[in-house]
Design a protein around this ligand. Structure first.
Ligand code: SF4
Length: 444
């Protein structure tokens, strides 16, 4: 039996992949270590989406390599998007790395580890289009929430994005498998289930019947008794149809929070980037969603400095954001990724893209401040996430906050609270962009 450590980088989808590898390793009789020091093998599950993610992954590899040099870790196995993307370069340029597995070879983690332990090197890249292999997970999020990945890959081919080259074509998991996993998670204490995929709205369209099955999947997830919140991320705007809107509006367990990445609103740029829909479509969609789903909180992501973005197009984006008043926006400067069509196009300087992203953040912080101020005096249902030793206070989240990416609610109270418990909080102030309030008795 060997001791195996894991480092998971990047998005929640990558985290699920890592949790599955951990399960396979534990099933094979090895010890999954909570830290990496003293491990016989360290698996680094990387992200290779944009430059900053690549640098982060390389930093972690180098840090682990130092530990290896000092003798406190044995072998290094790099998995995930970075290894898929730079198949040969990783082992050539980072000689401390003993093995690489591509995104089509997660299932091979145990034989790979065992090969490393017997002194061999490993370099394996299975098909990235193969159907997802079902397996268990060792969940690494706090007990009360978990991500559930309902599909892998993407068929959208946005011109700036490497994901389809790293993750393959869109493949939905069978609904029964998703429901089985959701029931297991719920029975182990999960209260909030967060539905993810590269494009959740397309779920089911790759099955022979070619149907959009996300509404049906959501209906069935809502029937799992122990689940209290179901949150949906990464909806592609033009796949959001009336049936989906009706399900979200009607099911109390589905939190009224939608993450719909749009990247831009200018029609010419969207077309150039091979994204469907135009600015007017996006406006009408957001208006319709707000009308049909009371209390809806909207999240999106924006890329500044895309090919075709001059001053006028950026101004249009700013006006769009001011008009739409989306509550949560992540703004990222364009990163020209080799191998993608957008990298071959003309685009603004990186400094311009960066300063525009900062301008978007300024616009958004005003919208966020207004949103937070409007919460003062309101009584909200809060899911307790934990206790902060430094602030000596409990904290949690409302439906409007997804874990890790959105804000917190600080809770003043004299009693002991449990992680994963729902409480009612009356908001009476703001602390550095977060809400704060006190516990009240009433249930909502
Ligand atoms: S929909 Fe998302 S993951 Fe798919 S190609 Fe576009 S940006 Fe990439």
């Amino acid at each position: 039996m060997a001791k195996i450590g894991f480092i998971s980088l990047g998005c929640a989808k990558n985290q699920v992949d890592c949790e599955r590898m951990m399960y396979r390793v534990a099933e094979a009789g090895h010890e999954v270590s909570p830290g990496i020091e003293g491990c016989d093998v360290v698996v680094i599950n990387t992200c290779g989406f944009i430059d900053s993610a690549k640098s982060e992954a390389i930093d972690y590899i180098l840090l682990t390599a130092q530990l290896k040099e000092m003798g406190s870790v044995g072998k290094i196995l790099v998995t995930g998007c970075l290894s898929q993307r730079y198949q040969e370069q990783i082992m050539q340029e980072l000689p401390e790395v003993d093995g690489v597995l591509g995104t089509g070879s997660y299932t091979e983690v145990v034989p790979a580890i065992e090969a490393l332990l017997s002194g061999e090197t490993v370099s394996e890249f299975g098909s990235i289009d193969a159907p997802e292999q079902e397996t268990g997970r060792i969940v690494t999020t706090p007990e009360h929430y978990a991500y559930i990945k309902i599909a892998e890959g993407c068929d959208n081919r946005c011109a700036y994005c490497v994901i389809p080259y790293l993750r393959g074509k869109f493949r939905s998991r069978q609904m029964d498998d998703v429901l089985y996993e959701a029931r297991l998670l719920a029975s182990s204490g999960v209260k909030e289930l967060i539905v993810v995929a590269q494009d959740t709205s397309r779920y089911g369209t790759d099955f022979p019947e070619h149907q959009r099955l996300l509404p049906e999947l959501l209906r069935q997830l809502c029937e799992i008794e122990e689940l209290e919140w179901i949150r949906i991320h990464y909806l592609y705007p033009d796949e959001i149809d009336d049936e989906l809107i009706d399900v979200i509006a009607a099911q109390p367990k589905i939190v009224k929070y939608l993450d719909i990445p749009i990247q831009h609103c200018n029609s010419k740029i969207l077309k150039l980037m091979n994204r469907r829909g135009d600015g007017e479509y996006l406006k009408q969609l957001f208006k319709k969603l707000r009308q049909r789903i009371p209390g809806l909180v909207l999240r999106t992501s924006i890329i500044t400095g895309l090919p075709g973005e001059g001053e006028a197009e950026f101004e249009e984006l700013c006006l769009f954001l001011k008009e739409m008043r989306l509550e949560r926006v992540g703004a990222f400067p364009f990163s020209p990724e080799e191998g993608t069509p957008a990298a071959e196009m003309e685009f603004p300087d990186h400094e311009v893209a960066q300063s525009r992203a900062a301008m978007v953040e300024t616009i958004q912080s005003r919208i966020m401040d207004d949103y937070n101020e409007a919460m003062i005096g309101k009584t909200l249902r809060v899911l307790v996430d934990g206790y902060d030793q430094e602030n000596e206070q409990y904290f949690g989240r409302t439906y409007a906050d997804s874990p890790e990416i959105d804000g917190r609610v600080w809770i003043a109270c004299d009693e002991d609270l449990r992680e994963g418990e729902f409480v009612t909080v009356c908001v009476d102030g703001l602390v550095e962009g977060d809400l704060s309030g006190y516990l009240v008795e009433e249930e909502i």
